[in-house]
Design a protein around this ligand. Structure first.
Ligand SMILES: C[S@@+](CC[C@H](N)C(=O)[O-])C[C@H]1O[C@@H](n2cnc3c(N)ncnc32)[C@H](O)[C@@H]1O
Length: 359
């Protein structure tokens, strides 16, 4: 069954010039999500959105609605997922840049590498097992999530350890539509495993920045994943499942076109904006980052501050995140109310939804 949301495609002429960034999030957006209007939507759909700036001063946005049940082998079903909201979250986590070590082989110690569709990634369970013993001095996110039995702990751990389903939808969309990355400065925002940024890197992006809330994710998952995909000419014959790949130092060339950041989004914006010259991104890729409505304001300001004038944002999301309350309708409303971007649906993937719904 195909499912379409109420996204509309707007002419760039219909879009206003940049407007002020709203500071109100909860109040302004929550009242506009009318769950009763499409009561079935929430359970059935996932979505991708793309936000685009035009060459004129006008801002145009397009959206890609996707849904998928195909990748459940890699991800538990998170349409209804557990989120623990900390009473005193460690918010405003400072943004930090992470430099891969000189000896890149160290990064892959104790890692098991898997592959899918030409992309390699470390097995998260193995990383978690290793970390549950040793990260007590660090963020300790593995132990915290095990203890609280949650997919994420708001303000502490934002879910970057595993690969979420919409990442695969967006990868598919980018490949099928031959989206151009050559020569572009790309941001994988809320990257987790970083597969979106890695795809951009392999497709000749000039530079890719990876950002995740948690430094543990960047160090233990994102950087290793980037490294195992850095074997430029040989990536098509990815390592066999469960076989660790040990790239030579000479194979890590692509790493020089990557930068890695951890920290909360507003802090990240500050860090990037303080660079001289200040940077803006041609493409922002982001998957499963709109689950929490209380982050919409800062997320919008990331787009507004860091997207270049001709830039474009591809955003992949599920229709609704039970337990936290975010979702595509709410986010679309939020974007429209800010009046900076327009939104359009690009595509809906609905594989497996009926099956999921019947359950
Ligand atoms: C559910 S995970 C999705 C990870 C990955 N994009 C995927 O699709 O597999 C959400 C990601 O958004 C990022 N994130 C969410 N809220 C954030 C915030 N307030 N500040 C910084 N990063 C945040 C985290 O880095 C986290 O990894």
């Amino acid at each position: 069954m195909s499912f379409q949301f109420n996204f509309s495609i707007e002419d760039a002429e219909g879009c206003p010039l940049e407007c002020e960034l709203s500071t109100v999030l909860h109040n302004s957006s929550s009242g506009h999500l009318d769950k009763e209007e499409n009561p079935k939507d929430d359970k059935l759909s996932l979505g991708d959105s793309e936000v685009q700036r035009e060459t004129t001063n006008e801002v145009k946005a397009t959206g890609l609605m996707t849904s998928s049940g195909k990748n459940n082998t890699f991800n538990s079903d998170i349409r209804s997922f557990n989120c623990h909201v900390e009473e005193n979250p460690e918010s405003s986590t400072l943004a930090t840049e992470h430099k891969p070590p000189e000896d890149v082989s160290i990064i892959l110690e104790n890692k098991v590498v898997e592959s899918l569709s030409g992309l390699c990634f470390v097995n998260v369970s193995v990383v978690e097992m290793t970390l549950s013993d040793k990260d007590s001095a660090g963020e300790n996110i593995v132990r915290k999530t095990i203890t609280s039995n949650t997919d994420l702990i708001s303000g502490v751990y934002e879910g970057g350890m595993k690969i979420w389903e919409c990442t695969f939808d967006l990868l598919k969309y980018l490949e099928e539509n031959d989206v151009e990355f050559k020569g572009k400065l790309v941001l994988d925002l809320g990257c987790g495993a970083g597969l979106l940024g890695i795809l951009a890197l392999k497709r000749k992006a000039k530079e890719v920045h990876f950002q995740d809330y948690n430094s543990t994710v960047i160090g233990e998952i994102t950087i290793p994943n980037t490294l195992v995909n850095c074997d430029n000419d040989k990536t098509s014959r990815c390592v066999q499942e469960s076989s660790p790949k040990r790239p030579r130092m000479s194979e890590s060339g692509l790493l020089s076109r990557c930068r890695f950041f951890s920290g909360e989004w507003s802090q990240f914006v500050q860090l990037i904006q303080n660079e001289i010259p200040p940077k803006t991104y041609d493409v922002i890729l982001t998957s499963e980052t709109i689950y929490n409505p209380s982050y919409y304001s800062v997320l919008h300001s990331v787009f507004q501050s860091l997207l270049s004038r001709n830039g474009i944002v591809y955003l992949a999301t599920k229709s609704h995140y039970f337990g936290v309350g975010g979702g595509v309708h709410l986010f679309e409303t939020f974007i429209r109310e800010r009046n900076v971007f327009c939104v359009k649906t690009l595509q809906v993937y609905d594989d497996g939804l009926q099956r999921q719904h019947e359950e």
